[in-house]
Write a protein that binds this ligand. Structure first.
Ligand SMILES: NC(=O)c1ccc[n+]([C@@H]2O[C@H](COP(=O)([O-])OP(=O)(O)OC[C@H]3O[C@@H](n4cnc5c(N)ncnc54)[C@H](OP(=O)(O)O)[C@@H]3O)[C@@H](O)[C@H]2O)c1
Length: 263
């Protein structure tokens, strides 16, 4: 495996690290260890340019990340071909609270809105933003079927689900193109979802790869140890890291590249 990696059988090649953008759009109801200030446009522009210079081609956003999508539209102007954009459906975050709508009608509305906000006529990947009831969403609510139909219309290139359970991750791997799952030094319960993605040729995006910044004390270099864990699994396509600190971004890329290049 190398820095650019197949996203399952979608035909897309993603960088080993993607940029998560919760912290570009939302500072309420988040569980990071330290308070932070949402970067202004100048800092966000510099962060995106740095990410691109470091070889990152994948950016992860969602309607639930405050105004992340609205900001990315103008911030990425003129750069559409440089990025693979991942967004979501199902979770809305308003007035400091999340609510969920997984209906096919909401999926349609949400994607039309994301296209406008992101100032694009297609989104590379759209995932269901689960509330934890993964199997109910997959088996009963028709959300993935709605995404598949929108993919057939060419508005999105691939679809899947960001899951919260092992059973849900396995079902999502069977039903969609991509699963986003949690996997890190302190939480490896979903390793079998990665196994399934590898077996079935599905894309696997890791969220909370650095445990949202809550590092375990028992590693000398938790960043390198995290990257070593994540990229030792053949199922991993990319780890979406949510950083707004330029030095962290650079260090994370270096640590990930260490997994593919001779140390
Ligand atoms: N679909 C979902 O349900 C879902 C849920 C959670 C997350 N996500 C996606 O996954 C992305 C990542 O998740 P996450 O942000 O929760 O967790 P994460 O990437 O594991 O951790 C991000 C936190 O770690 C810190 N950090 C990053 N690099 C560091 C370094 N080298 N040294 C020290 N601290 C470092 C960041 O602070 P600095 O900003 O200061 O670097 C930030 O507070 C999100 O942005 C989002 O795109 C999706």
């Amino acid at each position: 495996m190398s820095w650019l990696r197949p996203l399952g059988n979608t035909g897309m090649l993603v960088s080993a690290l993607g940029l998560g953008t919760v912290k570009l759009g939302r500072d309420q109801g988040v569980k990071y260890p330290e308070d932070f200030t949402i970067p202004d446009d100048r800092a966000a522009t510099a962060l995106l340019a740095q990410a691109k210079d470091l070889g990152i081609n994948l950016i992860d956003t969602a309607p639930a990340y405050g105004n992340s999508e609205q900001r990315l539209g103008p911030l990425l102007k003129g750069q559409r071909n440089d990025w693979l954009i991942c967004s979501k459906v199902g979770e809305e975050f308003c007035d400091g609270k999340s609510h969920f709508d997984f209906s096919p009608e909401h999926v349609e509305h949400s994607i039309e809105r994301s296209l406008k906000r992101l100032e694009t006529d297609y989104i590379d990947m759209v995932l269901v933003h689960s509330d934890g009831n993964d199997l109910d969403i997959i088996n009963r609510l028709g959300t993935l079927a709605a995404l598949e139909a929108i993919k057939e219309r060419g508005l999105i290139r691939a679809f899947g689900m960001s899951t919260k359970t092992v059973a849900g991750g396995l079902a999502a791997a069977a039903a969609g193109d991509i699963v986003m799952l949690t996997y890190n030094l302190g939480y490896r319960d979903e390793a079998e979802v990665l196994d399934a993605c590898a077996r079935l040729g599905k894309g696997a995006l890791i969220k909370k790869a650095l445990a949202s910044g809550h590092f375990a004390a028992d590693y000398d270099d938790p960043i390198q140890a995290s990257m070593d864990l994540i990229f030792s699994h053949p199922g991993t396509s990319s780890a979406i890291i949510g950083t707004i600190t330029p030095a962290h971004l650079e260090g994370n890329v270096l640590a990930a590249r260490n997994c593919f290049e001779v140390r």
